[in-house]
Write a protein that binds this ligand. Structure first.
Ligand code: NAI
Length: 794
């Protein structure tokens, strides 16, 4: 027989992975799994169980507990009890525990890989070669942060008890991404795996206990969305870390608003896979296979939108279809298959419905003629070509093995199409021209960019989204910070708003300004009359009228946001240039220091010395951020894969800032300076009670070469203005440092476009304290990290 005939006729026989050990473990728990609370399995309080199913066969794998509020409460109590002593352990001791977990995962690697494949339906080849090794890597990597915590995170403390809610697409890997950093940095955990895939989390808990993890440090409560909601709503939980659908992410944001819980959300995506006409086509075709048929396309960062340059589009599609013809869909335990089963019938139905919608909306459907196994939730690799940008399938996350494709002509058009989504999780660029690829990478609104690669992950390289793909990062140093909070903010008493004085009439020295002397707003580099033509008095502590400021309204905020949006050039300005402008602002403020000090003293009743100190501290702070502007940089990671990852600190965009009343000049500068130092544009609402320092500041801005639109100032009722800012879809982040009421409102209203919210929950009251109010503590919130993976070396 000729070699050619061999290749023609060759077909793969099944190569099944043995599942004896996995079946024996399931058998041991045949009577029904409990929750894992306080170091042991505990049956659910209400005694309710549900079935865990094998997606490839539709057969039952085991019975799993449905957690309710009582179960969640027991887990939170256990986690709280353990947290103090866990956090007090020396970093080295915690590092040893994490190291032991990594070793335990490696020792039981095959068992984990098989159970994961059974429970989720994904190919064992993937669980064995990708999921489980990455899980071990996460625990090793974070053992390192535990070891280094005392020196590397000296100004931080653990958040406390963390509620973690994870999805079904990478059940064990998502557990590792969440549990490893949380435990490493001194938190304890209540974790809820997804109802479709609870088994590896239970196995992990069992193995962790056997590896000596102290009771209560890791608790696993199983159940569906109701169990998740009970964790989110539990008052004893200090932070929620969630991965899943945008819909539930938004619910959780609204639910936790004002609770003081910190929150990270890793949500969906509709990531572009951009192929330029000079790409290595074979490489790019294999890239598509990894991008959208890895894990049956049930990947939040799946390259689900193929954008291919027009000149090569026909050739590319033809080769892609040929490649699809060779993909094998089959039993997840068969080591020779490419794709396994969809996780659950409901997901299969969702995929079918979306594909039908795509076809109805005019897409061209291609599915290869390949055999699908019967009896499980199988779906073939699918291409929907010639999709319109407005089509449902071009916008909605399908979360299945369905690629949509469209073409582009120029690089600019590619960027436009790539960014034409509310998501911003990942993107993949294929071109043999490094200059082109590196020109495109910074223009993409995505937290992860792969160049000539796709779906690469590592514990050292942060992962997380822009825009509605959520916020916070997992992995890397930035991911570690998500499980910490500033020491200087911890354990303080929240600010209480002071009573407003009664306005005094006809007091000696009373100087009623005429209308012309009413300070205007500052929008787009110009002083602007408030839209409503109303003004509000500014009173001294004794109620003496010191002046008037404009009463800003919704329209003024909208104008200010539009001006900030237009000042995009600032985000592209060099860090050196931004630093120069901050120094210049400091210099110009310094030239008028006496005037500002007098204003502060008159408005707040502060002593002259205190007022002078506040101006001095403000000048110092502007200098500090001038210094940071070109030093708070990214980093380069060298993951254990071919290549490097550039972790770039990028500006977030337009940031709304609401200032508190205390130290009105210093708090104003302390919040504004880090925001603009990092290249964001600001719409800032100064202290409601003491706004005159901000209106006086217009002249400093005007004389310091600050480009128009970079700083916009709207005076008025802080709560109303905060509301408009938080609600505005063109505002990318909001820093709410006013009252607790304002913080709550900002968090609640931020759900529309999932803007990033930073609030001190009223805790930063001493603005002179550098540890609490200056430097990376705030700068970290003024940037979002984009990780760009670049081929490098052999
Ligand atoms: P989901 O967001 O409902 O589930 C994720 C997790 O959240 C599960 O553990 C679930 O029990 C929990 N949960 C559900 N409702 C909750 C609530 N009200 N409070 C707290 N926790 C709650 O995702 P689902 O329904 O399983 O999948 C639907 C779609 O979501 C998918 O088709 C896909 O588009 C997207 N998705 C995205 C994921 C990602 O990694 N970004 C992962 C899973 C789903």
């Amino acid at each position: 027989m000729s070699v050619a005939r061999y290749f023609d006729e060759m077909s793969y026989g099944p190569a099944p992975e043995a599942d004896g050990e996995a079946r024996a473990w399931l058998k041991r728990h045949e009577s029904g799994f409990g929750h894992f609370i306080g170091g042991k399995f505990v049956q659910p309080a209400a005694g309710v169980h549900f079935d865990a199913m094998d997606p490839a066969t539709g057969k039952k794998l085991g019975r799993v507990a449905q957690g309710d509020a009582a179960d969640v409460d027991a887990a939170v109590v256990a986690a709280r009890k353990a947290q103090g002593s866990w956090a007090k352990l020396p970093g080295h001791a915690r590092a040893r525990h994490l190291y032991a977990l990594a070793r335990a995962v490696q020792r039981h690697a095959r068992l984990f890989a098989v159970i994961e494949a059974l429970d989720n339906g994904k190919p064992v080849r993937e669980t064995r070669d990708i999921d489980v090794p990455l899980v071990a890597r996460h625990f090793y990597y974070h053992a390192g942060w535990a070891q280094l915590q005392a020196t590397e995170f000296a100004d931080q403390v653990p958040v406390g008890v963390v509620g973690q809610i994870i999805p079904w697409n990478f059940p064990l890997l998502m557990l590792a991404w969440k549990v490893a950093p949380a435990l490493a940095l001194g938190n304890t955990v209540v974790l809820k795996p997804a109802e479709f895939t609870p088994l590896t989390a239970l196995l992990f808990a069992e193995i962790a206990a056997a590896a000596g993890l102290p009771a209560g440090v890791l608790n696993v409560v199983t159940g569906d969305g109701r169990t998740g909601a009970a964790i989110v709503g539990h008052a004893g939980v200090d932070k929620i870390a969630f991965t899943g659908s945008s819909e539930v992410g938004k619910l959780i944001r609204a639910e936790t608003a004002g609770s003081g819980k910190s929150l990270t959300l890793e949500l969906g995506g509709k990531s572009p896979f951009i192929v330029f006409d000079d790409a290595d086509i074979d490489g790019a075709i294999e890239g598509v296979v990894d991008a959208i048929w890895f894990n049956q396309g049930q990947v939040c960062c799946a390259g689900s939108r193929l954008l291919v340059q027009e000149g090569i589009a026909d050739k590319f599609h033809a080769r892609l279809k040929r490649r699809m013809q060779n993909l094998r869909v089959g039993n997840p335990l068969d080591k020779a298959i490419d794709m396994g089963a969809i996780v659950a019938p409901v997901q299969l139905e969702r995929i079918k419905a979306l594909v039908a919608t795509g076809v109805a909306e005019g897409a061209e459907l291609f599915q290869p003629e390949i055999d699908l196994p019967t009896g499980g939730n199988f779906y073939p690799p699918t291409l929907l070509a010639h999709v319109q940008t407005a089509a449902t399938v071009a916008r909605e996350e399908i979360f299945g093995p369905v690629l949509v494709s469209m073409t582009f002509r120029t690089p600019d058009e590619a960027v436009m199409l790539a960014n034409n989504t509310r998501y911003g999780l990942a993107a993949s660029i294929w071109s043999e021209t490094i200059g082109l690829a590196l020109d495109i990478a910074p223009k993409l609104q995505a937290g992860v960019v792969w160049i000539n690669a796709t779906n690469l992950f590592d514990a050292a390289v942060g992962f997380g989204g822009y825009r509605e793909s959520g916020y916070g990062r997992e992995g890397g140093k930035e991911g570690a910070y998500e499980y910490l909070k500033p020491k200087a903010w911890a354990g303080r008493k929240a600010r209480v708003a002071a009573e407003l004085p009664e306005p005094q009439e006809n007091v000696a020295g009373f100087d009623l300004p005429d209308l012309d002397r009413t300070a205007k707003l500052f929008v787009g580099g110009k002083q602007a009359r408030p839209d409503g033509n109303y003004s509000r008095p500014v009173l001294s502590p004794k109620g003496v009228r010191l002046g008037e400021v404009g009463e800003g309204n919704r329209k003024d905020i909208r104008n200010a946001v539009a001006a900030a949006r237009g000042a995009e050039g600032w985000s592209k300005a060099t860090a050196h240039n931004r630093a120069q402008i901050l120094y210049y602002m400091a210099e110009n403020l310094s030239a008028r220091a006496d005037e500002f000090a007098a204003r502060i003293a008159a408005m707040t009743g502060a002593s002259k010395a205190k007022a002078v100190a506040e101006v001095d501290a403000s000048i110092g702070r502007l200098f500090a951020y001038g210094a940071w502007a070109d030093k708070f940089e990214g980093t380069v990671h060298a993951p254990p894969l071919r290549g490097v990852a550039l972790a770039m600190n990028e500006p977030i965009g337009v940031v709304g800032i609401v200032c508190p009343d205390e130290a009105p000049m210093l708090s104003f500068i302390s919040l504004l300076a880090p925001v603009i130092a990092m290249g964001n544009r600001a719409v800032i609402v100064p202290s409601e009670r003491h706004p005159l320092v901000a209106t006086d500041f217009y002249q400093v801005l005007e004389t310091s070469d600050v480009p128009a639109g970079v700083v916009n100032i709207v005076t008025g009722a802080a709560k109303d203005l905060a509301k408009t800012l938080a609600d505005h879809d063109d505002v990318d982040a909001i820093w709410a440092f006013g009252t607790k009421e304002i913080a709550t409102l900002a968090e609640k209203l931020s759900v529309g476009n999932l803007k990033r919210v930073l609030t001190d929950h009223g805790l930063v009251t001493d603005w002179f304290d550098q540890a609490a109010a200056e430097g990376p503590i705030l700068l970290r919130h003024a940037v979002q990290v984009k990780n760009i993976w670049i081929p490098y070396g052999e």
